[in-house]
Design a protein around this ligand. Structure first.
Ligand code: HEM
Length: 502
């Protein structure tokens, strides 16, 4: 009996080892370089343990294992193809989008998780396309203009908070303050909720978001297992979404009920409810069942909070940090903003949109620190990469290593230097297409790019018109949090000195 058991175990181990060996030779057989792997785990350990984050591993592939714009790696046993050549990136993200319209999805079996499974980020194929078409009108400049006052209200709260803090403390954690600004803005624009996190240290809303980004090894492992073996979610609930989902679900349900009873605010929730009503007017047909039910709308509201909170707060905080490190650029930006205020009396939607140097400073911030450091697509039908003999197979994962491309001296002279002039209108033509993509690219780019830029520009303008900014003693370097998902500073501590009126 013991002998049989040992023989079976040996057979199992050998089969697993052979299977792993076969899977992990995928790139070598296709002439694509890839870093050394561990049996069964591929490059999983390197990816998860990379400090401060996954982009450290991506940089290794980009610099050492890329030939003719292509490099390989393995998430567990799933092959991942790194695409770094800008022309190839354009081909994949834009021109041949119909082969690459999908991302890995992280659905959950839990019966209460429909609200998360239905989010735009998590949808693929025809469902994604229809949802995206229904949601796109909510992000036009006309709609954003109507939300401008909601954003400036929160920026005024940020200013009041920082003025108060500046009298009490020698420096302020601007990252935390910007987090309160973005959570208040998104809660207001996506849920119609006033969460007053500037007044209330213990505000519930901000405390409920971080668990969605918790990137401990166990959670990352769960994500990767779901990614590598998507069928598994049909049998086991791995619990990839945190318990906090119930809180947001309940808030969204209550708010939708209130909207149906009366008051409109012109925010994202109203716009999604309008889209739902417009969908009801289409005649039914078999292939186009309605998709915008209440659970799907709630899912988008939660998604906006989850994807919009830290990305935007990080952008504003790092833009403030880089202004502090570069006093001349700070002064030039302030002068541009003061000129707008002199002409228009205050910060206006058009003023913010037209400010060229403000735009250049934000773009340069996003070049150096793109909050989402890589883009991902999943191949939905076999694809021969033009100009090569490589065929990407259905199901293969594609990665675009943004962090590395944004800092490659081939495209960006002195890449580590903060130089907003690169993005001024007279120099923009020198930027090679697809070498600056903080919001992604092609039809599946960030749907809220204009909203995020509006928020970041209004907040940075408000801060710079109120304060002179310097880095705090002992905090001259930017410390990035260890995270597998997003680029996030641990804190951004700045001395904010209120400006005196001339
Ligand atoms: C500076 C802030 C932000 C940055 C840098 C950013 C970046 C990105 C990136 C890189 C993607 C993936 C694009 C691709 O795969 O090509 C994305 C997708 C997305 N973002 Fe943003 N984002 C920001 C703010 C926001 C905000 C505020 C919201 C919501 C209000 C939002 C909603 C979304 C959604 C819904 C998607 C999925 C789009 C789809 O799959 O069709 N983002 N974002």
């Amino acid at each position: 009996m013991v002998l049989i058991t040992l023989a079976l175990v040996a057979l199992l181990v050998t089969s697993l080892w052979l299977y792993s060996k076969h899977r992990l030779s995928y790139w070598a057989k296709r002439g694509i370089l890839s870093p050394p792997t561990l049996p069964l785990l591929g490059n999983f350990v390197d990816i998860v343990m990379g400090k401060p984050g996954r982009w450290t591993f991506d940089e290794k592939v980009y610099r050492n294992y890329t030939k003719e714009g292509l490099g390989g790696a393995y998430v567990l046993l799933s092959p991942v193809l790194y695409i770094s050549d800008p022309e190839m990136i354009k081909q994949i993200l834009v021109k041949d989008f119909d082969h690459f319209s999908d991302r890995q999805t992280f659905t959950s079996l839990h019966k209460n998780d429909r609200t998360l499974n239905e989010s735009l980020f998590n949808k693929n194929g025809e469902k994604w396309k229809r949802l995206r078409n229904l949601m796109t009108p909510a992000f036009t400049s006309g709609k954003l203009k109507n939300m401008f006052h909601l954003v400036t209200e929160k920026a005024d709260a940020l200013k009041a908070f920082c003025l108060k803090e500046a009298t009490k403390n020698s420096y302020i954690n601007v990252k935390k303050a910007c987090g309160r600004f973005t959570i208040d803005t998104i809660a207001s624009c996506a849920f119609g909720i006033e969460c007053n996190s500037f007044e209330d240290e213990d505000a519930v809303f901000p405390a409920k978001v971080p668990p969605f980004f918790a990137a401990g090894p166990l959670r990352v492992l769960k994500f990767m297992v779901v990614a590598a073996f998507p069928f598994i979610t049909g049998f086991i609930d791995l619990g990839v979404f945190p318990e906090e989902k119930f809180f947001f679900q309940q808030v969204a349900e209550e708010t939708i009920a209130a909207r149906r009873r009366g008051a409109k605010r012109g925010d994202f929730l109203d716009l999604l409810l309008e889209a739902q009503a417009s969908e009801k007017n289409f005649p039914d047909d078999q292939t186009k069942a309605k998709i915008l039910d209440d659970a799907t709308i709630i899912s988008q509201s939660i998604l906006f909070i989850v994807v919009g909170y830290d990305t935007t707060a990080t952008t504003i905080a790092i833009a403030s940090y880089l202004s502090s490190k570069n006093p001349e650029a700070q002064q030039r930006l302030r002068q541009e903003l003061q000129e707008i205020v002199r002409k228009e009396g205050t910060i206006t939607y058009q003023g913010v949109m037209d400010a060229k140097y403000l735009d250049a400073c934000i773009m340069e911030t996003l070049r150096l620190y793109p909050p989402a450091p890589n883009l991902e697509r999943v191949c939905s039908k076999d694809y021969k990469v033009p100009g090569t003999n490589i065929t990407v197979r259905k199901g293969d994962i594609i990665e675009v290593p943004l962090w590395s491309i944004h800092r490659d001296e081939k495209y960006w002279p002195e890449p580590e230097v903060y130089n907003p002039d690169r993005f001024m209108p007279e120099n923009k033509a020198d930027i090679e297409p697809c070498t600056h993509m903080p919001f992604g690219g092609g039809p599946r780019n960030c749907i809220a790019m204009r909203f995020a830029l509006l928020e970041a520009k209004v907040a940075l303008s408000t801060l710079l018109l109120t304060f002179d900014m310097k880095t705090a003693p002992g905090f001259h370097d930017l410390d990035l949090a260890n995270s597998s998902f997003l680029i996030m500073p641990t804190s951004v501590n700045l001395v904010l000195e209120p400006l005196t009126e001339d």
